[in-house]
Design a protein around this ligand. Structure first.
Ligand code: DCP
Ligand code: MG
Ligand code: MG
Length: 575
């Protein structure tokens, strides 16, 4: 017991910072969905604009924010605050995904080490340590004001001129005074300063595509993301505190810290013996309270009932001190899976299901063309009013599996009885090869796929036709079969064909004709989707297990879809 207490005491000490050798940028686009809609309809730029999903605003532009309108606000309240608010529909995420991909590709093209990680649709981290180190090696310390930032190792003329005496954009702390005389030639300040100029240049490039953004510049992902939040919109912040990020973090509400979600906050409240509103619970409260330690957090979060991964206590403790060793993940040129879903107020007829499936599948095929074909000509310009017709290009990867997920409709009167995902079931089948034929219109492919594969899957998931009442349909392709390296310069389709032949010999089934449902479809009880928990104290909302936000029940589906796009940074507490 004494041992434990010693352990607890020694571990309560502030952890030492190490690993400040990286330069990380975090970009977050301003009012993203709103900017996408504005770019397609420029007259909306000057008016208050809200993007509607069901009966809430997914986001609103900054003109609307001046009137007090906020993200995730109910439409009624927003209209009350700003009667002139113009509403645009944001149910179809395809245009936002297209823009997201375009901006992500742009950022990727400036990375040397390929460490470009997406977070949701409108954010990205870049680890630019290597680019900055290279440029620090070139700089003339006697003529900092006329520096040149090299964007390519091969072509020294590719770059931009900058003044290396000053950090570009805002800094934190605002009154930071550098000790330039003594800082040497490779100080943390100089590295971040270089990062700030690169960030500004990249933000200008993004503006060239028509989108303004905010950026944070720091030494890890946590601090870069929080720094960028300081000055929005259309601005950037470099976190320069050379000693400790603690004064920067201390005043922030705990719930603002990525990686700290509702479970951690509940655990923290029980340690602090407080019932304060989540907004009043700051990093400082948690960090300085003697009851909070890595040991105590571990016991609550990873112990029986906590369900979190081992080491979670220490991880949270480090986050409270601004320490985050997580790497910026290398960019993937092909997503792991692509899924499209829609929600319904109870489909009772098979014909309605079929229509819904054809719509979803057509969007899915369009998405596959955008994400999996390497020919840019095949991509419709963002927010094009005309959907992509027949695509061109070569497949970078071909998914092997098609999965259908359904969930019954729960009318409002049943919301207290069932969890959001109650009754959610999935079944998979082999994805037929005609899907990759670029000479057939997506609509025709969709019809064929629905008739031959998806309807049989649907029947086996929902055998009782008399009780049909569908609230959600989700169609997803997964199990990506990548074009082999060796096929570079050769015929990628031929390489796929060879690979398939090899796998067929090994006994993996590939169907050119749709499988007959029951026989070939396999059960995949899919628990990788977002999970939701309803808590007693949240009368008119549901708390999201991933981000801890309380979401009005009617907005849960839109919020869940948003998370499913989010490839990283999920609260590491298990569920
Ligand atoms: N989004 C959503 N549901 C959420 C959060 C976000 O549908 N719970 C969507 C709408 C946003 C986009 O994702 O436009 C990006 O989310 P942000 O939180 O970055 O919000 P914005 O980009 O809209 O605004 P900001 O300028 O504050 O970044
Ligand atoms: Mg944003
Ligand atoms: Mg964002």
């Amino acid at each position: 017991m004494d041992m434990d207490m010693d352990n607890l005491d020694s571990k309560r000490k502030a952890p030492r910072r190490k690993g400040d050798d990286r330069v990380i940028l975090h970009f977050d686009l301003d009012c993203f969905y709103a900017q996408c809609i504005e770019n397609a309809n420029p007259h909306l730029k000057s008016v208050p604009l809200g993007i509607k999903q069901k009966s809430i605003l997914a986001t609103c532009n900054y003109v609307a924010r001046k009137h007090g309108v906020k993200k995730l606000m109910g439409i009624q309240e927003a209209k009350r605050l700003c009667p002139d608010l113009v509403l645009a529909d944001g149910e179809d995420l395809s245009p936002f995904r297209d823009v997201s991909k375009q901006i992500y590709s742009l950022l990727k093209s400036y990375s040397w080490n390929g460490r470009v990680e997406r977070l949701g649709l409108d954010e990205a981290f870049l680890d630019v340590t290597d680019v900055v180190a290279y440029n620090l090696g070139l700089v003339n310390h006697h003529c900092l004001e006329e520096s040149w930032f090299c964007l390519s190792r091969e072509d020294p003329e590719r770059g931009f001129a900058f003044d290396a005496r000053e950090v570009k954009g805002c800094v934190w702390p605002p009154d930071f005074v550098s000790d330039r005389e003594n800082e040497g030639t490779d100080s943390l300040r100089l590295r971040l300063l270089f990062g700030s100029h690169l960030a500004f240049y990249l933000r200008q490039q993004i503006e060239g595509l028509g989108y303004t953004s905010a950026c944070g510049i720091s030494t890890n992902k946590l601090l870069a993301k929080l720094a960028g939040d300081r000055n929005k919109p259309r601005n950037q912040t470099t976190l320069l505190s050379s000693h400790s990020p603690v004064p920067f973090l201390d005043p922030l509400p705990l719930r603002k810290i990525p990686g700290i979600g509702s479970k951690t906050i509940t655990a923290m409240k029980s340690l602090l013996k407080t019932d304060d509103d989540d907004d009043d619970l700051t990093v400082h409260n948690a960090r300085t309270n003697p009851a909070v330690s890595p040991f105590a957090l571990e016991r609550l979060l990873a112990g029986s009932g906590g369900g979190g991964e081992k080491g979670i206590g220490q991880k949270v403790w480090l986050l409270l001190h601004g320490i985050d060793g997580s790497e910026v993940k290398p960019a993937r040129d092909v997503p792991r899976q692509i899924g499209i879903e829609d929600t319904y107020r109870g489909l009772t007829q098979l014909s309605q299901v079929r229509t819904g499936l054809v719509q979803i599948t057509t969007s899915l095929l369009r998405r596959m063309h955008v994400d999996l074909l390497d020919d840019v000509d095949a991509v419709t310009p963002p927010i094009s009013p005309v959907p992509t017709s027949v695509g061109k290009g070569r497949w970078l990867a071909q998914p092997k599996t098609l999965r259908l997920t359904t969930r019954p409709y729960h009318p409002p009167s049943e919301w207290d009885k069932f969890e959001y995902n109650h009754g959610r079931v999935s079944k998979s089948a082999v994805l037929p090869r005609f899907v990759f034929d670029l000479n057939i219109e997506p609509e025709s492919i969709a019809e064929r796929l629905v008739e031959g594969t998806l309807m049989p899957l649907f029947h086996s998931l929902n055998p009782d036709k008399s009780k049909l009442c569908i609230g959600l349909l989700n169609v997803c392709v997964t199990n990506m079969d990548r074009a082999k390296e060796s096929s570079r310069g050769g015929d990628i389709m031929a390489a796929f064909q060879r690979q398939r032949e090899v796998e067929e010999i090994r006994g993996v089934a590939f169907a050119d004709e749709p499988p007959d449902g029951e026989e070939k479809a396999e059960d995949t009880s899919d628990d990788t989707e977002v999970e939701w928990v309803e808590e007693e104290d949240e009368q008119d909302g549901v708390r999201c297990r991933l981000c801890g936000c309380v979401i009005p029940v009617f907005a849960v589906e839109a919020h869940g879809r948003w998370h499913e796009l989010d490839e990283g940074w999920v609260e590491p507490q298990g569920g």
